[in-house]
Design a protein around this ligand. Structure first.
Ligand SMILES: [Ca+2]
Ligand SMILES: [Ca+2]
Ligand SMILES: [Ca+2]
Ligand SMILES: [Ca+2]
Length: 660
């Protein structure tokens, strides 16, 4: 988003008419539209085939096609997996202002006046929305071709859509984005319809439903937590449309134990798109206690919220919204309202708030954020609760729209929100000053490619091979200390260390003070030449310097036959500051054409790097902590270079080197 500063003036000029054809064109400019359109057709054919064979088996086995459940939820047969009928069910239950969304709205303390102006959300649900409701009128359109269920089972869909966009004629039913519009769909063919909607610039969709289980309709145990074909297909959609983020309810089986073979008792309850890598899965938190400044005082999980994680121990659910006792629009009349609870209500609370953050991005920068940025921002700034750090019940914590918005507006000064590219075999580093008050936190987030294989039979039960395709890594480094990201150690415990499973990593340094270097690297070989990722840093006063280095594998180097070994733990990633002490670093002879000797007055050299004048690394060498180092520079072409040395006490010195 760095670049976007250049077009702030333009951004302001277009804010009153955004999500125009030009906006859509901008979102989809890197999309392969013919491919997405073809995929949409393929997914439609797949869904129709699955549904047709399910209908045949339903007739043979006497399975119901639709079910009105005693708790008011609605289920519909969609396919058969492993001989079991698979139903989509609404995730009934209750949302509110716990997510600090009110700070963003018109009249809110942040002064951002975000109400969803010219923003559109997409809602898939178990029936139609009552578009004539006084809170919604004129702002709901149907996205799928006329469907019988538009006329029925619309209580849930109407409630969910109201939570996102209700106007607030009845104040306590006011939605998150009172001026936004919604395109709503029946859940039949959701995958195909979502794929098609990405070509129209879809940014966010809400899915308050999932595969339902009940004692009378058991699903195979292996499906729980499994990355199956459905999980993969939704990742496929999001990978190919990187501005699109799917928000899904975790489900309301927190107190049920339908899975007889869970990763841990009371866990391992997620299925389908709730197991996808790129979706944002929402747990249900009770009403939070928030002070006047938007600070979280206390919050508890609703114990009906479904627990993760995934079989490969990815952190799911991702985040918590407020879905307990949510008052919203109801279907019975145009002035009807109802209070409901559940992850079904927590998801639209999150979706609506994220829509406002996209609106804010457009207002600030003239561009929308990539889905990975939005998702990363939401998880990075969430208020941690339940056990310390992320967990398989509450995810990264309770969504904090206020903190997310502040991270966006502070970009470049008190925070970094940056959409970056990591080249193959490259690492990025940035040195920052901690603000000395709040924790220093740094995250990376990316949209990960669908893996080649999935879990598809009972033999794949709890199969835990990482489904991650591109493994990026973030660290925070200060002197000899390296701070690692969170990860799950088991279904019920978290810890710090190298994370090889999640497409989001966050490192926290509590009681931070002074200067830190943040590094972003990758393992293996990136799938494309360049990997897009989002970097988010908070708790800083100002970035000091940044740069790139070649990765620590000299075998992968090209065009530099003399590349030196550059792996010594994390110490290689160091900044090149302009803080060279007077005569601290001397080099001789200078100019030179063959060998140069470096001498350090104070401290010992642990690494040195040579950069071209435009900042490109041409050589890096690790030194075994010495005050003097010799460097062969005979391969360098004539010109001016910068030599930087990193010392064992964390200092960096740089000097110009002339090659003759
Ligand atoms: Ca549909
Ligand atoms: Ca499992
Ligand atoms: Ca937590
Ligand atoms: Ca990693």
């Amino acid at each position: 988003m760095k670049k976007s500063y250049l077009i702030i003036a333009f951004g302001l000029a277009i804010t009153t008419q955004a999500q125009t054809p030009q906006e859509v064109a901008k979102i989809t400019s890197d999309y392969d539209i013919p491919k997405l359109t073809a995929l949409s057709k393929d997914f439609k054919a797949l869904a129709e085939k699955e549904k047709a064979s399910a209908m045949v088996l339903a007739k043979q086995n006497g399975w119901p096609i639709t079910i009105q459940n005693p708790d008011g939820s609605f289920s519909e047969l969609i396919k058969v997996i492993d001989d079991a009928p698979i139903y989509y069910s609404t995730s009934n239950v209750n949302a509110a202002r716990s997510t600090r969304t009110n700070f963003l709205n018109s009249g809110g303390a942040l002064g951002t006046n975000l109400d969803g102006n010219n923003m559109k959300v997409h809602v898939w649900d178990g029936g139609g929305v009552r578009s004539t409701h006084q809170e919604l009128t004129g702002r709901v359109t149907y996205g799928d071709s006329p469907n019988i269920s538009i006329l029925s089972n619309n209580n849930h869909a109407t409630h969910v859509t109201g939570t996102i966009i209700a106007k607030g004629i009845t104040a306590i039913a006011k939605g998150m984005a009172t001026k936004a519009s919604a395109t709503t769909y029946d859940w039949t063919n959701d995958l195909s319809e979502a794929m098609a909607a990405t070509t129209t610039g879809m940014l966010l969709s809400n899915h308050s439903y999932g595969i339902g289980e009940s004692p009378s309709n058991p699903i195979p145990d292996w499906l729980f937590g499994a990355y199956n074909a459905d999980s993969k297909n939704w990742d496929y959609v999001m990978y190919n449309a990187p501005y699109y983020l799917m928000v899904a309810s975790a489900g309301n089986d927190g107190l049920q134990n339908y899975n007889d073979t869970p990763l841990a008792q009371g866990y391992d309850k997620l299925t389908h798109f709730k197991v996808s890598k790129n979706s944002l899965v929402v747990a249900n938190a009770q009403d939070a206690v928030i002070d006047n400044n938007g600070k979280l005082i206390s919050v508890n999980i609703n114990n009906t919220s479904s627990q993760g994680p995934t079989d490969d121990l990815r952190i799911k659910p991702d985040i918590s919204g407020n879905g307990t006792d949510v008052y919203s629009t109801y279907y019975t009349t145009n002035i009807a309202y109802e209070t409901l609870s559940g992850t079904s209500m927590a998801a639209p609370n999150v979706t609506g708030t994220l829509l406002l953050l996209q609106e804010y991005s457009r207002n600030l920068n003239g561009v929308f954020m990539k889905a990975a940025t939005l998702k990363g921002l939401a998880m990075h700034t969430a208020d941690d609760f339940n056990v310390q750090g992320p967990d398989a019940i509450s995810g990264w914590g309770l969504l904090n729209g206020l903190k997310a918005a502040k991270a966006m507006s502070g970009n470049g000064t008190t925070s970094i929100v940056d959409e970056r590219i990591l080249a193959n075999n490259e690492s990025y580093f940035i040195t920052v000053n901690s603000d000395g008050v709040s924790p220093l936190e740094a995250s990376i987030s990316w949209t990960d490619k669908q893996p080649p294989s999935v879990q598809e039979t009972a033999s794949d039960i709890n199969e835990n091979t990482p489904k991650l395709m591109e493994d990026l890594d973030i660290r925070i480094i200060k002197n000899a200390t390296t701070y690692y990201p969170y990860k799950l150690l088991t279904a019920t415990t978290n810890g710090l260390g190298d994370n090889t499973r999640d497409p989001f990593e966050k490192v926290t340094v509590n009681n931070a003070s002074g200067q830190y270097t943040i590094s972003v690297k990758h393992k293996g070989t990136l799938i494309g030449a360049n990997k897009a990722y989002s970097l988010i840093i908070t708790g800083i006063t100002s970035p000091v310097s940044s740069g790139k280095m070649a990765l620590a594998d000299d075998k992968k180097e090209t065009g530099n036959q003399n590349a030196q070994i550059i792996t010594v733990g994390e110490a290689v990633i160091n900044s090149v500051n302009s803080n060279s002490g007077f005569n601290a670093l001397t080099m001789y002879p200078n100019p030179t054409s063959s060998l140069v000797t470096l001498n350090l007055a104070n401290g010992k050299i642990v690494s040195l790097s040579i950069m071209s004048i435009d900042g490109k690394i041409v050589n890096i060498k690790m030194i075994d902590a010495a005050t003097t180092a010799d460097l062969d520079v005979s391969m360098l072409e004539k010109g001016i270079y910068i030599v930087a040395v990193q010392t064992n006490d964390g200092k960096t010195y740089s000097e110009k080197l002339f090659i003759k």
